[in-house]
Structure formats: C-alpha cells, structure tokens
Write a protein that binds this ligand. Sequence first.
Ligand SMILES: [Zn+2]
Length: 96
Amino acid sequence: MSKRKEGAYNAEAMITATRIWPLFSWKECGKCRSQFRRQAGWLVKTDDSYLYGPITVCGECCKTADSAIEQMRLRVAAADLAKRFELTKEGLKRAA
Ligand SMILES: [Zn+2]
C-alpha cells in the first residue's frame, strides 16, 4: 500500500541505506555515474518504489549512510514534484 499523501510525501518517505560490497557485478553510482565493484557502496531504497526505484551509490560519493540517504531524498523530492506538475504549452501546470 502506498503511503503517498498529497503534497506531503517528502516528509514521509522512508529511505534506508544498506552497505554493499559488490564482488562480481558492476554497479552504477547514481551520483557520479561511474561503475564500481570491489569497493564499498550503498544500496538506497524508499518504501514507495513507484515514486523512485532503488539506487546504488559508490562509497567515494557517499561516505556515510546519511549522505547516501540525502542523495535519494533529492531524487524523491524531484520525482514527487514531477508527478504533481506537467509541462504544457502554456507552461508548468499542477497535475489534476
Ligand atoms: Zn559515485
């Protein structure tokens, strides 16, 4: 069940960061876009994957879980905004 509420998502988004150490498969960092493996990184998820799916970030960009969560929070905020507005010929309009 979605916890999405009108205009209040960002404050309610539950974001978790799990430390990963990809051994064989390459992961793409959601911040610097480089591929990484055999180094520390984070798997970051929200409780509403409809709004934004899980991302991985490398340990160079995000040294702490808090900074990894902040990376995701920016994306959740942007995705939330994008869903609430649409670009029309007349400009930005609030989605019905
Ligand atoms: Zn990175």
